[in-house]
Design a protein around this ligand. Structure first.
Ligand code: ZN
Length: 142
């Protein structure tokens, strides 16, 4: 158990600051990156989980672990945009549903793409979707 470098109070190894005096602890172990507990493949697949993949995508994009992993970040962006596409269908096409059964068909299509991407990605294939894949590529180079 280490001690605070200023006041001598006992601190945990991962404490960035002393609980008593607030001094920054120089030797503190960096907090482990949550995303680091996943392999690149698992992290990529998680980004395509229907409806909740965007959470994984944001974790991946915010994490240090995958900062330099183009492939994982590509999947994260693609998963994120796929969810945006889903939301667009919800918000834009639903009010127009009197025009025809477009919304359920589009939603089924996106769900099929999610499942397709989970299969492709778990086989470690990088599949670039039309439009969404191009957007993801652009986001990567920004
Ligand atoms: Zn202290």
């Amino acid at each position: 158990m280490p001690y605070c470098c200023r006041c001598g109070n006992q601190v945990a190894e991962t404490d960035q600051f002393c609980a008593r005096c607030g001094a920054r602890q120089v030797g503190a172990r960096p907090v482990t990156d949550f995303a680091a507990s996943f392999s690149p493949r698992t992290a990529s697949v998680l980004c395509y989980l229907p409806w909740i993949g965007w959470v994984a995508a944001i974790v991946v994009l915010a994490s240090n672990t995958f900062r330099n992993n183009r492939t994982v970040r590509f999947h994260a962006f693609q998963g994120l945009y796929l969810f945006v596409a889903w939301l667009l269908v919800q918000w834009v096409f639903k009010p127009l549903s009197f025009l025809g059964p477009g919304t359920p068909i589009l939603q089924l299509a996106i769900l099929a793409v999610w499942i397709f991407m989970i299969i492709k990605t778990s086989q470690e294939q990088v599949y670039s979707l039309p439009v969404i894949g191009e957007l993801a590529e652009k986001s990567l180079s920004e």
